[in-house]
Design a protein around this ligand. Structure first.
Ligand code: UT7
Length: 325
């Protein structure tokens, strides 16, 4: 079996910041409620004209640059998103065209907040079995397009962004050393996108969105904690490691309290966990990709470290990977 590693990372965050104070003007909420219940201070909002593919392309170009791989040499492009520009063409094909990756094949994966790890693990199989030499995996979301801006229970949580990585032959000891993907379709009703014939959601034209996200937060919270803790344990065991061997955990950023509860359940020191939810909120698939980018940038992840990536999302789907950096 060939070792597969991460050759380069990229990210893109839209410029516009929406703070908790801004949200206080839109719905009946407060900075104090949002911060104490979620850990979020602000999130980014893509512009009216900015599409998911635009975010994806920017993250992709940075990842290619960092991996020192030319777009024309790419074999595979996978985009993970639940907020594509349209039902088709796939965002992956839009990226392929924009970056001139003529040789690559391209497709999208839908696994909500777990998308990035589903994408990485899928791409890894193609590389490991020798069908392709390299792959670009992008998680991109303009999820604020799917938000009901009258619903304070959801609109304070989400933000837009994109992250990307180029996968290829592992360099030295560096490799993705274990994978875990899991689905619990029986809980699909806890978070879904609903379409109905109601009133416009907001007077501002760019917020006129149907369908929109509906969520049973409390129920999701409990399953998220159990699923993520279980995913970490399984992926670490599959890697032949113990939790004490792990240097950094990069979790999906849905709620700081979920992350704390996972840390407590696993008896993990919270300072081993990378958290950036305060700046971006929940960017669905893009959260973990951007968090990984920043953890490396801030040197929280260094050569030789054992890193766990772990996530959970609508579906319900959860996933984890262990990477020897
Ligand atoms: O990405 C993966 C999918 N998503 C998740 O994993 C989300 C998981 N769930 C959560 O993160 C949390 O459940 C939430 C942040 C969504 C909610 O936090 P909570 O502590 O579970 O609050 P709650 O839903 O129990 O609501 C408590 C109170 C309610 O008022 P009453 O009934 O006690 O009077 C809500 O109406 O807080 C109220 N509330 C708010 N108040 C101010 C709900 N949203 C807001 C708000 N501002 N934005």
């Amino acid at each position: 079996m060939k070792n597969v590693g991460i050759l380069g990372l990229g990210h893109y965050l839209p410029q516009r910041r929406l703070t908790n104070a801004d949200l206080e003007k839109i719905v009946d909420t407060s900075d104090d409620w949002i911060f104490t219940r979620t850990g979020i201070r602000e999130r980014r909002l893509a512009g009216k004209e900015e599409k998911t593919s635009d975010l994806a392309i920017k993250a992709a170009l940075e990842a290619l640059k960092n991996a020192q791989i030319k777009a024309e040499d790419l074999d595979l492009i996978i985009v993970t998103t639940i907020s594509p520009d349209s039902n088709f063409p796939s965002v992956a094909c839009l990226v392929q065209k924009a970056i001139h990756a003529k040789k690559a094949t391209a497709f999208d994966i839908s696994a909500a907040c777990s998308g990035f790890l589903f994408g990485v693990t899928t791409a890894k199989q193609f590389l490991q079995n020798g069908m392709y030499k390299n792959a670009l995996v992008i998680a991109a979301e303009k999820i604020t397009n799917l938000i009901d801006w009258n619903d304070r229970t959801t609109c304070v949580l989400f933000g837009d962004g994109a992250g990307a990585c180029v996968l290829g032959p592992g360099n030295g000891d560096h490799a993705i050393i274990s994978d875990y993907l899991h689905a619990q379709g029986q809980f699909g009703g806890l978070m879904s996108v609903q379409a109905d014939e109601g009133e416009p959601l907001d007077k501002e034209s760019n917020m006129l969105r149907k369908p929109y996200v509906v969520m049973q937060g409390k129920e999701l919270f409990k399953i998220a904690v159990n699923s993520m803790a279980e995913a970490v344990e399984i992926a670490v065991e599959k890697a032949g490691l113990k939790l004490a061997d792990i240097d950094c955990v990069v979790p999906h950023q849905a709620n700081d309290r979920i992350i704390s509860a996972v840390a407590k359940k696993l008896n993990l020191a919270k300072d081993k966990i990378f958290i950036n939810i305060d700046k971006y909120g929940n960017m669905s698939a893009a959260s973990i990709a951007v968090a990984l980018y920043e953890a490396v940038e801030q040197k929280r992840i260094q050569k030789g470290h054992h890193v766990v990536l772990v996530t959970f999302g609508a579906g319900l789907v959860s996933a984890a990977n262990v990477v020897r950096w």
